[in-house]
Ligand binder design. Sequence first.
Ligand SMILES: CC(C)(COP(=O)(O)OP(=O)(O)OC[C@H]1O[C@@H](n2cnc3c(N)ncnc32)[C@H](O)[C@@H]1OP(=O)(O)O)[C@@H](O)C(=O)NCCC(=O)NCCS
Length: 186
Amino acid sequence: MGRDNMEPIAQIEIVPATPSNAKGIQDLMRESVMATYVKDDVTEDDVMDYYKGEQSPEGLEKLTKELTEPEAGVTNLVAKDKSRVVGYCSVSKMNPDNPDQNLLTRIHVLPSRKGERIGKSLWEKAQTALDQNKDTVLWVVENNTSSIDVYEQHWGFAKTGKRKEKPMKSGAIRKEIEMVRQAQTG
Ligand SMILES: CC(C)(COP(=O)(O)OP(=O)(O)OC[C@H]1O[C@@H](n2cnc3c(N)ncnc32)[C@H](O)[C@@H]1OP(=O)(O)O)[C@@H](O)C(=O)NCCC(=O)NCCS
């Protein structure tokens, strides 16, 4: 049997995000945060409330502006399968909290497409936009263990021990931990 009777191999493209991707990113983020953060004592309502700003029409407008004119040092990438946004990554080579670091601000893959190396392709491309002489920092929710495993076991990040706690609508606490990947040069 040749490939004639098989589904075509998915062609995933990693490209700079444009303003026309804003709605696709907003939709992807909604699916991803609901699938990722509704866990333990954090409810759907908590997650919807936490992300209500960025999920609103004004949030879409803000994202569209950010994609039109990204802040200095910021790179936004999307993974596209044909025209559908199936992954999103935002990085900065100037962490606003510490300009001596890069920041991995966001990386999300559509829940139904996780584990297909889309995250890996996004992260590989994103790294080329970072300052190779700087450490890279990220914050991740403590019970998001599958992502922490990817960061630790595959992408070279390590927990620093720094934590942030944010109360959510129901009173549940969103606990975030910091992870750092050392500069690969010098
Ligand atoms: C974390 C995330 C971006 C990774 O993207 P992905 O496309 O699912 O991951 P990939 O298929 O590219 O896998 C990356 C590597 O991790 C491995 N991996 C994938 N899932 C894993 C898991 N649950 N545990 C351990 N390793 C895993 C893969 O084998 C691959 O290894 P390799 O680079 O050695 O080949 C994605 O799962 C996601 O969007 N998660 C939900 C949102 C989220 O938590 N984002 C991070 C917020 S801080």
